[in-house]
Design a protein around this ligand. Structure first.
Ligand code: NDP
Length: 296
């Protein structure tokens, strides 16, 4: 293997440590404790695991965690009423509604009812617009984590060719905006892209956010490129349950200059960035300077 492994687990631990230090200072100097409210509707098992993990890590960095678990048949009016109450609650600086929501609820309507200043997932239409126009916003956690790792590895990203495979609103599009903001030349590829292999081979930075196990082989990777694998795919191999990314790790690591593993790459950074965003939201709400290195 030739590639440097970008250790997202260790990086995320460092981010959480920085967040915890800031939180301690906010308490000492300003008498403030950042608070994150997580709303879970229904009993999707994967969502329950995420919500538990978010709550635990929130408390570990010294913040307040408020969990609101609602039954699967909760009406839109009741959910909107809860969000309205959280919008007004001064002890809540961040609000996250765990997706996916049950089918009878309109996700766009629900997300857009969150106060944009408390929208720590960065999915509110105002935050999408602010990011797209290069203004101060709340940035979606997964792409923010990817950006932090890229900046840490490269310093400046200016002038690099970046290819983002995937155009979802939660990963692909905001990732592309962030890379553009750091002066990369950005290509967004998707399921209709012609000759995806050639497009990927042009990338100095290749971000895979597709959701197809190991679909990008090593010979699609430009020698020396940095590969960020966002994909989390559960597969059966040799009779065992395994997590793999969208990139074929073994062959890509022979060619790439640096690569994130799955698990232990992008995944741990996502919750760390959620905590960073909650801290940022608390500082902004109170007119305090923002933590350095933890925002886009
Ligand atoms: P979506 O399903 O919303 O989007 C997938 C994108 O991949 C679409 O734009 C789609 O194109 C594109 N795509 C699908 N098939 C192909 C193909 N054969 N060639 C090229 N492009 C293709 O997924 P998400 O963005 O939500 O998630 C992507 C992956 O990242 C998933 O594995 C998910 O589990 C993971 N993830 C990981 C997170 C983490 O914390 N590490 C957080 C969020 C997601 P089109 O638009 O044309 O259909």
């Amino acid at each position: 293997m030739t590639a440097t492994i970008i250790d997202g687990k260790a990086f995320a631990a460092k981010v959480r440590e920085q967040v915890a230090e800031h939180v301690a200072r906010l308490k000492d100097e300003n008498g403030l404790t950042p608070g994150l409210a997580v709303v879970l509707v229904g009993e999707d098992p994967a969502s329950q695991v995420y919500v538990r993990s978010k709550g635990k890590q929130t408390v570990e960095v010294g913040m307040n965690s408020y969990e609101h678990k609602l039954p699967a048949d909760t009406s839109e009016a009741d959910l909107l009423a809860l969000i309205d109450q959280l919008n007004k609650d001064q002890s809540v600086h961040g609000i996250l509604v765990q997706l996916p929501l049950p089918g009878h609820l309109n996700s766009d309507l629900v997300i857009n009812s969150i106060d944009p200043a408390k929208d720590v997932d960065g999915f509110h239409i105002s935050n999408v617009g602010l990011l797209g126009t290069g203004q101060k916003s709340m940035v979606p956690c997964t792409p923010l984590g990817c950006l932090m790792m890229l900046r840490d590895h490269h310093g400046s990203l200016s002038g690099m060719n970046a290819v983002v495979v995937g155009r979802s609103n939660i990963v692909g599009k905001p990732m592309a905006q962030l890379l553009l903001g750091d002066s990369c030349t950005v290509t967004i590829a998707h399921s209709r892209t012609k000759d995806l292999a050639a497009v990927c081979r042009s990338a100095d930075i290749l971000v895979a956010a597709v959701g197809r196990p190991e679909m990008i082989p090593g010979d699609w990777v430009k020698p020396g490129a940095t590969v960020i694998d966002v994909g989390i795919n559960r597969i059966e191999r040799d009779g065992k349950n395994k997590l793999v990314g969208d990139v074929e790790f073994a062959s890509a690591a022979e060619v790439a200059g640096a690569i994130t593993p799955v698990p232990g790459g992008v995944g741990p950074m996502t919750i760390a960035c959620l905590l960073a965003n909650t801290l940022t939201a608390c500082c902004r709400a109170n007119g305090l300077s923002e933590p350095k290195g933890l925002t886009a």
